[in-house]
Design a protein around this ligand. Structure first.
Ligand code: SF4
Ligand code: SF4
Length: 422
């Protein structure tokens, strides 16, 4: 991709930076992690730790680039708690001079295994939102999420979660849906309900096996496809979720949720679908018309086009030498993000759920359509199935919301006397 700046990005629109303050370093070795392989981008003896000058530049430049009165700092890895509490105390100190200008919020994505009471007191005091990576009950979670010695991690994660709850730290759960997880939608959803989890996001695991080029560059997974080209490497890893079972998984959870839990449990995948059905812009890149405004900051200050495009050809610069808006402009001018919409195959352009799906993430668009056009999403059959299924309910949600009625009335509508016409 070439990086000539032709069209500066509209600075009135918000941007998002996902920071990796300790790069891909992690205490776990989950089978399906797509970020561990990024170690091959750095020297063997790399100290994965964001230095103070990078941290300072990041905080100042991100705040000044954000047009909205709120700025969300998202800390992810690898496992960011490996940096220790002192690193995050420094973050709070460095953010302090800006608190008069903006409302600052910190979000920490963690595997939960290193969360102590001391961490919890700090997270609570500074109003962090913590995203915990937890796939479901023990049998589901431990299937893929193991530590570097191959030991199960479920019990440690649950201890971390208990501590967060004990200290009243705000949290949500990010659950990966991998191959075998997809067969257990009820087990997964019932477990989260039993645990009192109110905010859940399901993330489909799809990775391709590496081709020769990826392997030569030291990666163990396939790289994202180029949208206008036919991909010969279409084989996915054994842990990837299959398309239809992913759709069936969402449908099974949706069925249970829409009958019993609307307004009590928030499954972000369903919230996004409703949001799109209401005609609003998608808050997540995957279902947005275009992407490219959510960039990644590595620990050494390097900035990449997105979390799933951390490869040398998608490096946009370094935070010490450039500002985020300019780097996003370069990326968008080079076609990253706009291609999500402009390179949609005809099958997507004519699809009856296009406004909900938008072709999904370009990383997963490595298949051909039945009429031989490249750029079809691997998850297409699952998306089609789920979005078509949920549409009849989304119609009811919209009617309720347009009449200023609570969305939870949908549960009464299903049980009757109101009948939802399909
Ligand atoms: S390529 Fe995928 S993950 Fe990256 S910004 Fe676009 S939709 Fe999001
Ligand atoms: S459901 Fe399939 S055809 Fe329809 S927009 Fe999504 S990926 Fe494209």
């Amino acid at each position: 991709m070439s990086l000539d700046v032709k069209n500066p990005v509209d600075s009135r629109q918000g941007i998002h930076i996902l920071a990796k303050p300790n790069g891909p370093a992690c205490n776990l070795a989950c089978d399906y992690c797509f970020y561990t392989e990024k170690q091959s981008l750095f020297p063997k003896d790399e100290n994965y730790r964001m230095p103070d000058n990078v941290l300072e530049a990041y905080i100042a430049k991100y705040i000044s680039a954000q047009p909205s009165p709120e700025v969300e700092f998202a800390w992810q890895g690898g496992e960011p708690t490996l940096l220790g509490l002192d690193f995050f105390k420094k973050v709070i100190e460095m953010q302090k001079p800006f608190t008069g200008q903006k409302t600052i919020r910190n979000v920490l994505q963690s595997n939960g295994t290193l969360i102590t009471d001391e961490w919890c007191r700090f997270l609570k005091r500074h109003s962090f939102l913590v995203g915990i990576s937890l796939d479901g009950p023990q049998i589901v979670h431990d299937r893929y999420r193991r530590d570097r010695g191959g030991k199960a991690t479920f019990n440690k994660v649950m201890k971390g979660l208990e501590r967060l709850r004990k200290h009243g730290v705000e949290y949500n759960v990010m659950a990966c849906v991998a191959g075998e997880t997809a067969c257990k939608p009820q087990d997964v959803y019932h477990f989260f309900k039993k645990e009192g989890v109110e905010f859940i996001q399901f993330f489909p695991v799809v990775e391709r096996i590496p081709d020769e080029i990826s392997e030569k560059r030291g990666f163990c997974l396939g790289m994202p496809p180029l949208l206008d080209r036919e991909e010969t490497n279409v084989e996915v890893t054994p842990w990837s979720v299959a398309p239809e079972p992913y759709g069936d998984f969402l449908i099974a959870v949706f069925d249970e949720w829409v009958k019993n839990d609307v307004g009590r449990v928030f499954v972000m995948n369903f919230e996004w679908a409703l949001n799109a059905w209401m005609g609003n812009a998608s808050p997540v890149c995957v279902f947005a018309k275009q992407c490219g405004r959510s960039i990644v900051l590595e620990h050494n200050g390097d900035v990449y086009a997105c979390d799933h495009h951390v490869y040398p050809e998608y490096r946009l610069g370094n935070i010490l030498d450039d500002n985020p808006l300019h780097m996003i402009s370069k990326s968008i001018a080079a076609g990253f993000g706009t291609g999500k919409e402009t390179a949609l195959p005809r099958r997507c352009r004519e699809c009856d759920v296009l406004e909900l799906c938008r072709g999904g993430c370009p990383k997963h668009r490595f298949l051909k359509t039945y009429d031989d056009e490249p750029g079809l999403n691997y998850l297409c059959p699952g998306y089609r199935k789920f979005f078509n299924y949920s549409k009849k309910y989304l119609r009811v949600f919209r009617q309720l919301l347009e009449n200023n009625l609570p969305a939870s009335l949908v549960m009464d509508a299903i049980k009757g006397p109101l009948v939802i016409k399909t």
